[in-house]
Design a protein around this ligand. Structure first.
Ligand code: ADP
Ligand code: ZN
Length: 594
């Protein structure tokens, strides 16, 4: 049970420091445990507000909270936001010239937060430094880095435990967004946190609207997403070449600022493009998956995938970069049969012991892509939750897709693949099935086959979606020369043992509602635009991204509530004491002019 005496203080501090009126989700449980001095592992999805769970105790308690974080960029990001809220924070990294001063402040008890990289943990001077100061809490960010089960193991994280053990009275708070069980129990063991210290938040991101569509024309489809969503967004593309090409065509087609990001770019260019994106209110970043780790931009309004991600986990992580601020956002994936064909081809290069798990990953992804069910339900079940059947905020809930049984058609197609020797592409197979005798069909005597011309008129338009579905689930596999061969459960389908159904999208696509409408920014509203302009100016002066000054939701509330005094302004979500003092008068004067 949380200590009843501490929580009212925590709520006061929450409002005074961050301007928030309530905790979100499990934040309260985590903060309560930490304030009681008990070690904790908090598993919370991106955007759930992990940083607040150590920043708030850091402000409330005497001494300094030492935060271990794997990336310098991440630390500097956090430092900026914390400082903007009046929290006394510093980083101790190789990139900081003022390390001596920081250590003095730390020893003198003048810091609420000290951010350090894990490799410091093994340096003896660092342990001595900690002994000379008063440490209130160890926060270990991205704690999955301590586990070899996790997706980015960092050996340096293994050095933390001896350091932590040297300060047995200081509680530990490990934080991660990684869901899987192995990693969780490994983190508990590696960091010496008791099993009852595990707090897991739900993985739902209710403000993200999911949509997954077959790719017809990636450029045009992504342009439509961009046009519907005026805020910042990320477009993920599978290769560097595709990134370059999409960035160029989308810039020309949308009139928006569009920049590329991939590992092949000059580091300076990459850093510049990233900084431009972080500071922007409307830019589009076209990127490979190299982009995103360590990007804390809260107001990303859409994430579009031009091809399939690697797995459901990767999909969740990449789409999770949208809407960290809780405002409505969209995640749209455009997939093609060739994505799955390539991915399945790559399976053949994988070492045998990993083959099965890799194949399962791909099958799970195909299941998500091909489902007529609620996307969110499929996603959350994948992470072990038991969600509601429908969410009302994904493509399948909003415009229910039809499911057609195509078992007979599937048998016709697979049988044609088999009878033609498993070496032809869909174009040729279609001709045979439709009874078109061109030169090649005649030359190979495929007009003599029993499957020649057996498709009915009704079946013809279903052939492509079926072939796509069969490739996604691996019943059809690509051959080296661009043909199709039987794979997976194809023989069972042929024997009539396995039924096949495909999902058909609703005929007439209703006007798709972007993240842009419910509760979103009143773009064009004069007061809102004036507030944004002021925020831009202040951000530029301070050399920080606009969201560090105020989030969009805070500006929206100002534009609706029209506060007329500092105290009324201070009651608005996101306006803490420090920001009220720093920016209050300027925002009030803009509001009064309208
Ligand atoms: P995470 O690290 O878990 O991805 P962050 O710590 O970056 O999440 O927080 C995500 C966003 O949510 C931040 O912009 C933060 O200001 C906001 N936030 C956190 N807690 C609250 C709260 N209790 N009320 C309103 N907004 C919050
Ligand atoms: Zn749904």
């Amino acid at each position: 049970m949380p200590d009843a005496d501490l929580l009212p203080d925590a709520r006061d501090a929450l409002h005074a420091t961050f301007g928030f009126s309530a905790f979100r989700g499990v934040q309260e449980d985590v903060v309560a445990r930490v304030l009681e001095g008990r070690s904790t592992l908090a598993v919370m999805p991106t955007g759930a507000g992990k940083s607040l769970t150590y920043q708030l105790p850091a402000v409330m308690q005497e001494g300094t909270c030492v935060v271990v974080s794997p990336l310098i960029a991440l630390m500097h990001d956090q430092l900026r936001s914390a400082t903007a809220n009046g929290i006394r924070a510093a980083t101790l990294t190789s990139a900081d010239a003022d390390r001596g001063l920081t250590m003095d402040r730390f020893r003198a008890g003048e810091l609420d937060l000290l951010y350090v990289a894990p490799e410091r943990a093994s340096q003896s001077y660092f342990r001595e430094l900690l002994e000379q100061a008063r440490v209130s809490l160890f926060a270990i960010d991205e704690a999955h880095c301590v586990s070899e089960w996790g997706h980015d193991f960092r050996p340096d994280y293994r050095l933390l435990k001896p350091l932590l053990d040297a300060f047995p009275t200081v509680p530990r708070l490990a934080l991660t967004a990684t869901a899987d069980h192995h990693t969780r129990s490994d983190i508990l063991a590696q960091l010496g946190i008791p099993a009852d210290g595990l707090i897991v938040a739900g993985f739902d991101r209710p403000n993200i609207r999911y949509a997954i569509r077959p790719r017809e024309n990636a450029m045009r489809q992504i342009k439509a997403v961009i046009d519907e969503n005026p805020g910042p967004g990320i477009v993920y593309a599978p290769t560097r070449a595709r990134v370059e090409q999409l960035a160029e065509t989308l810039a020309a087609a949308t009139g928006r600022r569009v920049l590329p990001y991939h590992a092949g770019l000059d580091p300076d260019v990459r850093a510049r493009n990233q900084a431009a994106f972080v500071a922007s209110e409307d830019m589009v970043m076209v990127a490979t998956v190299a982009f995103g780790m360590g990007i804390d931009k809260p107001d990303v309004r859409f994430v579009a995938h031009a091809g399939i991600p690697k797995s459901i986990e990767a999909y969740y992580q990449e789409t999770g970069r949208a809407g960290r601020d809780g405002d409505p956002s969209v995640a749209v994936m455009f997939w093609g049969a060739d994505d799955f064909a390539r991915a399945r081809q790559r399976l053949s290069e994988i070492e045998p012991h990993r083959l099965q798990s890799e194949r399962q990953r791909l099958d799970a992804l195909a299941g998500l892509v091909e489902t007529a069910e609620c996307r969110r339900a499929v996603l959350l079940r994948h992470f072990g939750e038991t969600p509601a059947q429908t969410c009302g905020n994904c493509d399948n809930c909003l415009e229910p897709a039809g499911v057609i049984d195509v078992t007979e058609l599937a048998r016709k197609l697979l049988s044609t693949v088999y009878r033609t020797g498993q070496s032809y592409g869909l174009g040729h197979l279609e001709k045979v099935l439709c009874g078109i005798s061109d030169d090649r069909v005649l030359q190979r005597a495929h007009d003599q086959l029993s499957v020649f011309g057996i498709l009915t008129e009704d079946e013809k338009p279903l052939l492509k979606p079926l072939a796509r579905a069969l490739q996604a689930r691996g019943s059809l596999l690509p051959t080296e020369h661009g043909g199709l061969a039987l794979g997976g459960d194809a023989r069972a389908i042929l024997k009539g043992e396995v039924p096949v159904a495909i999902v058909v999208p609703p005929k007439r696509e209703r006007k798709r509602r972007g993240g842009g409408d419910t509760g979103a920014n009143p773009v064009g509203n004069p007061l809102f635009e004036a507030l944004r302009a002021l925020r831009r100016d202040l951000a530029q002066q301070a050399g920080v991204p606009p969201y560090v000054i105020f989030h969009d939701a805070t500006l929206r509330e100002m534009a609706t509530v029209h506060p007329n005094s500092l105290s009324e302004l201070g009651a608005i979500g996101g306006v803490g004491a420090r920001k009220l003092e720093a920016y209050g008068e300027e925002f009030l004067s803009v509001i009064r002019q309208h």
